[in-house]
Each structure stands twice: as structure tokens, then as C-alpha cells.
Design a protein. Structure first.
Length: 339
């Protein structure tokens, strides 16, 4: 059985106005679209293709929101599709994020259309912590899970800096939680014996006064993990995924809580890795002792079916098609953009 321990991942382009020393006319693109193409990949060997890059000159305190989306369909065999974004700065900083799932063979007309024609979005916050020019590149990663070669259609997509001035916490850090992109890749099991995972999760953080937070929790779920040697006895896992956002009072007691963004996900065996994107708009409370202190986390509850997992980070991913040089990516993650 072919397998991997990786997976797969809003707004307008902005200028660099307000950045000291920046010359907007000299800035590279902060938004790029991906042209349709047919992608061919060999049997059980990962194909890696850069699709486009964006660039932004950033100050030491600046945080930006990067957004990448891909639409893929018309697979000749069931095929792994990952939307990977790799960002690096001239200051030496780097960050990688990846999300993805298998796109089901197009001829499986009895399968839901949403599994044969998929959109995978990878979005996160970029905060180098030092002045420099940040370049982010989207990579399509794919692997044929059937016999022989396979083809898929990349219908299109885009990569952009959706917001170039995201508010930091009062500590000067971005409100974001993930495992990072250093080894080892972490996978947290889900089963009837261990039915709940509360990750990714932020610590309590303080903001300058805000109207509210747009909070995102993008999860990578797995069915049939760990996979038995004789195959998975059940064909799917059902899990309930809920994004929690809390606000706190000055005395440390709870001011307000929101868990309205919730999805019950069926992760099929042939899909194997499944992306669950969550988002909620949380209006900040004032008065009654409430202060702009918040935290957020994603709670995943195993409901039924096979054992499964939450993927927090990838194992080693080849840098390019056929490369023996590998790197690591963050996967399931959560973050907040103030408004």
C-alpha cells in the first residue's frame, strides 16, 4: 500500500506603503494566478512543481497573511494533491506549510463530486522578525496512488499576500499556533481509546483593543492510522472538528466563548488525508471586566469508524521531483487576523 507521512494549504494585493525605505514601484508581485495545466506523475513517486511566487519587503515587526488555493480534478488514477507554500526572507528566516488530500479517480462517478473535483487552500501568517524581503512560492505536490502513470488537471488557483499588515499580539508575535516545520513530523492518533485532540492551540495572548478577530483553524485529518499490515478493516473514519475562541476578563475568568464553527467530517479510506478548513468571526466584548485577551484551539473528536489521526507536521518532503534533499512543513494550524 502506497503511503506517505505528508499531505497535503483574503483579499487584494497590497502595496508596501508605510514600510521604511520601500519603493512600491520596485516591489515584485504580491499576487499571482496559476494557469491551467495537465500534470503527469509517475507511480508512487512524488512530483513537485513550483506554480508561482509573490514577494514583499517587510520590517522587523511586520506580519503578513499569505493565501494559496488550488483546484484539481479529472484524475486518471486516485492521486495525492498537496498545496505547499514555502516562504523565506533575505534575513535568513523561513517557514513552510502544506495541506492536501487525495483526488479520487474521475471515472468513480458513484463517488461524491466534491472528492473528484477538489479545492485545497493553504493559508497562514508570515512573521520573519527581522527586516528583509520575503518570497513565498506555491508548489503542487502530487503522487499517483494507482498503477502506471497518472494525470490530473490543475484547473487554476492563486497565491497572494491577502493582508500585509496583520496586528500582532502585545508581545509582538503573530497570533498563530502550529507545530512549526522542524523534524520530526508529528501525527496524533484518534480512536475510541483516545477520542479527543485539542491541537493546534494558542496560549492566552493580549491584543491592543480590537473590534474582533477572524480566526482560522485548518486541519489535516487522516483515516486508518496507523495502518495495519493486512489493510484497514473499516473504510472510513468520522470525526467532529470544532474551532473554539475564548476571550478573558481582567481577573482571569472567562468573558466569552464561541464554538460555532464546527464540521462533522467523513474521512474515506481512499481519500486518506482530508483537509477541514474552519473560520469564525469573533466580536470582542467590552465592559463587565472583559479585556482584549484571547486564546483559540481546535478540538477534534473521534466519532466512529477506523482509527485515524490529526497531522500536525510533515515528515521529510523532497525539495523537488527526484530530489534526495528533504525538508519539513507545518500542517494543521490555527491563526487570527484582527479587524
Amino acid at each position: 500500500m502506497k503511503r506517505r507521512i505528508f499531505a497535503a494549504a483574503v483579499a487584494c494585493a497590497a502595496t508596501a506603503a508605510g514600510l521604511l525605505g520601500a519603493a512600491p514601484a520596485a516591489q515584485a508581485a504580491t499576487s499571482v494566478t496559476f494557469a491551467p495545466r495537465t500534470v503527469t506523475q509517475p507511480h508512487d513517486n512524488q512530483y513537485v512543481a513550483p506554480l508561482g511566487s509573490v514577494q514583499l519587503t517587510m520590517t522587523a515587526t511586520q506580519t503578513a497573511y499569505v493565501y494559496s488555493t488550488l483546484r484539481v480534478n479529472n484524475a486518471s488514477n486516485t492521486t495525492l494533491i498537496d498545496n505547499e507554500v514555502r516562504c523565506s526572507s533575505t534575513s535568513g528566516w523561513s517557514k513552510n506549510e502544506v495541506l492536501g488530500q487525495n483526488v479520487i479517480i474521475a471515472s468513480a462517478t458513484g463517488t461524491p463530486a466534491s472528492l473528484r473535483d477538489i479545492n485545497v487552500t493553504t493559508r497562514f501568517l508570515v512573521h520573519p522578525g527581522a527586516a528583509g524581503t520575503v518570497t513565498c512560492t506555491t508548489y503542487l505536490r502530487s503522487a499517483n496512488l494507482g498503477l502506471g502513470n497518472s494525470t490530473v488537471s490543475l484547473v487554476g488557483g492563486e497565491l497572494k499576500f491577502a493582508d500585509t499588515s496583520v496586528a500582532n499580539t502585545t508581545a509582538g508575535t503573530p497570533p498563530q499556533a502550529d507545530d512549526g516545520d522542524t523534524p520530526p513530523g508529528r501525527v496524533i492518533g484518534l480512536s475510541s481509546a483516545a477520542p479527543t485532540v485539542r491541537e493546534p492551540a494558542s496560549e492566552i495572548f493580549e491584543m491592543a483593543p480590537v473590534t474582533g478577530l477572524s480566526v482560522f483553524g485548518d486541519m489535516e485529518l487522516m483515516a486508518c492510522y496507523p495502518e495495519p499490515k493486512d489493510g484497514c478493516p473499516l473504510n472510513s473514519m468520522t470525526a467532529r472538528v470544532t474551532l473554539f475562541v475564548n476571550q478573558w476578563k481582567a481577573d482571569g475568568t472567562l468573558c466569552k466563548s464561541d464554538a460555532s464553527s464546527s464540521v462533522t467530517a467523513l474521512v474515506r479510506r481512499d481519500v486518506h488525508h482530508y483537509v477541514v478548513p474552519l473560520n469564525t468571526h469573533f466580536t470582542a466584548a467590552t465592559g463587565n471586566g472583559c479585556v482584549p485577551k484571547f486564546n483559540f484551539y481546535v478540538k477534534t473528536d473521534w466519532v466512529s469508524g477506523s482509527t485515524g489521526a490529526v497531522q500536525m507536521a510533515s515528515g521529510g518532503l523532497p525539495d523537488a521531483t527526484g530530489s534526495t534533499v528533504k525538508h519539513y512543513d507545518a500542517m494543521s494550524h490555527a491563526f487570527a487576523v484582527a479587524y
